[in-house]
Design a protein around this ligand. Structure first.
Ligand SMILES: Nc1ncnc2c1ncn2[C@@H]1O[C@H](COP(=O)(O)OP(=O)(O)O)[C@@H](O)[C@H]1O
Ligand SMILES: [Mg+2]
Length: 365
C-alpha cells in the first residue's frame, strides 16, 4: 500500500504550516517524519488522515486519490482506510480492553465470532491477551498505548500512522515499545508513517527518515545515511552533533580543507572537499570522534586545552575541554578503553580530518 503526497500545502489563515511537500512512501515501508516541535509533523499527518483540508496538492493512498485540490476531491477520514495512534492514549476508560478494541468492528456489523477472533488476534500481537476483560482505566500508560495500537490494527488499515505514540511513556518503556512496534510493522508488512521529534526513535524505527524543518522536507534518507552525511549543519546539530562552529575562512592546504574557527585562532583540517559556492559554512564534529589524551597526538588536528567539566555517564565520560583562546569542545571518552581525566587537567584534544564535516548552515529543499 503506497502513499504519494504531491505538492502539498497547508495554511492556517496567513500562516503556511506545510510548504510544497512531496513524499512517496513505499509498500511496507516505515517512513519516519522527524523534526522539532512545530515543524509541521502533526499537520502533515492530519492532511493524510483527512482531518485537515490542505490548501493545495494531491494525496494518493493505495492507488486511490483521497485528496486533489484541483479536482475538488477530498475523501472523509472514514473513507481513507488509515489507522491512527496519537500521543494521548484516547482509550475509553469506561470500557474493557476487549470492548475498546472491538468498538469499531461492532459499528461495521461484523459477526460476533469474527469480532472475537480478530480482537484476540491483535491483543495477542500487542501482548495484552490476558488483559481483555480488564477495565481500560486500570491500565498503565504503556498498556493503554498498546490498546490504542490494537484498536487501529484490528481495522486492518492500508496505512498506519503514529504521531509521537511513545512520548508520554518513561524512557525504558519507550525503548521496549519501540522494538515491539518495529517487530509488528515488519511482521505485518505494514506501510507506516511515524512522527517523532526524537532522533533515536527515528533511527530505530525507520526504513527511511524524512527530516522536516519549518514545513519543508530538507533531507530524506536511510537512518545511517542521514547520520553519516547530514545535508546541513542545522540537521547535524538536530541529529546530535554537539560541536557545530562558525568558520571565518576555508582554504585548501596540503589537499585538505583548512577552516579557521570564527573568533578563535584554531585551525581545523577536514578531508572533505570544500564546496565552492557556499558562503555560510559550519564545522561539525561529533563528541565521540574527539579523542582526549594526556599527551599530544601526532595529528594535524590536535589542540591543547584544560578539562572544565568531566561528567560520569556510566559507560563513558562527557568532557568540556577549553582550548587556549577560550573555544570549548564537547568530547566523549570511553571509560573502559580510554584514559580518564579530571577537572583542571591539561589535555590534548584530537580529531581525525576524516571525521570533520564542513557543511552549509542550512539547506533549503
Ligand atoms: N489549528 C491551527 N491553527 C493555527 N496554527 C496551527 C494550527 N495547528 C498547528 N498550527 C501551527 O502550525 C505549525 C506546525 O504545527 P504541528 O503540525 O502541530 O507541528 P509538530 O507536530 O511538528 O509539532 C506550528 O507553528 C503550529 O503552531
Ligand atoms: Mg505534533
Amino acid at each position: 500500500m503506497k502513499i504519494s503526497i504531491q505538492n502539498l500545502q497547508l495554511k492556517y489563515g496567513d500562516f503556511t504550516a506545510i510548504e510544497n511537500l512531496n513524499l512517496d512512501v513505499g509498500d511496507g515501508e516505515a517512513l519516519v517524519l522527524l523534526g522539532q516541535s512545530g515543524c509541521g509533523k502533526t499537520s502533515t499527518m492530519r492532511c493524510l488522515a483527512g482531518l485537515e483540508e490542505p490548501s493545495a496538492g494531491r494525496i494518493i493512498i493505495d492507488d486511490v486519490v483521497v485528496f486533489d485540490s484541483e479536482k475538488g476531491i477530498n475523501l472523509p477520514p472514514n473513507k481513507r482506510n488509515v489507522g491512527m495512534v496519537f500521543q494521548s492514549y484516547a482509550v475509553w476508560p469506561h470500557m474493557t480492553v476487549f470492548q475498546n478494541v472491538a468498538y469499531s468492528l461492532r459499528m461495521q456489523k461484523i459477526s460476533k465470532k469474527e469480532i472475537q477472533d480478530r480482537v484476540m488476534e491483535v491483543l495477542t500481537m500487542v501482548g495484552l491477551e490476558k488483559f481483555a476483560p480488564r477495565g481500560a482505566s486500570l491500565l498503565s500508560g504503556g498498556q493503554m498505548q498498546r490498546v490504542a495500537l490494537a484498536r487501529s490494527l484490528v481495522m486492518r488499515p492500508s496505512v498506519l500512522m503514529l504521531d509521537e505514540p511513545l512520548s508520554n511513556l518513561d524512557a525504558r518503556l519507550r525503548d521496549r515499545l519501540r522494538v515491539e512496534l518495529r517487530e509488528i510493522q515488519l511482521r505485518l508488512g505494514l506501510t507506516c508513517v511515524y512522527v517523532t521529534h526524537d532522533q533515536h526513535e527515528a533511527f530505530a524505527l525507520a526504513d527511511r527518515i524524512a527530516l522536516l524543518q519549518s514545513g519543508r522536507i530538507v533531507q530524506i534518507g536511510a537512518p545511517r545515511e542521514m547520520y553519516e552525511t547530514p545535508a546541513s549543519a542545522s540537521i547535524a546539530h538536530f541529529l546530535g552533533v554537539s560541536n557545530v562552529m562558525d568558520c571565518d575562512k576555508v582554504e585548501v592546504e596540503d589537499s585538505l580543507a583548512a577552516a579557521n574557527i570564527a573568533g578563535h585562532n584554531v585551525k581545523v583540517r577536514s578531508s572533505q572537499s570544500v564546496p565552492s559556492n557556499v558562503a555560510d559554512m559550519r564545522l561539525c564534529i561529533r563528541a565521540e570522534d574527539l579523542q582526549v589524551t594526556a599527551r599530544p597526538q601526532e595529528s594535524l588536528n590536535s589542540w591543547k586545552g584544560t578539562v572544565r567539566v568531566a561528567g560520569f555517564q556510566g559507560n563513558d565520560i562527557r568532557y568540556a575541554v577549553e582550548l587556549e583562546g577560550g573555544l570549548e569542545l564537547d568530547a566523549l571518552g570511553t571509560i573502559k578503553r580510554g584514559e580518564q581525566h579530571d577537572v583542571g587537567d591539561t589535555v590534548w584534544v584530537t580529531v581525525d580530518p576524516n571525521e570533520v564535516q564542513l557543511l552549509p548552515a542550512e539547506v533549503y529543499a
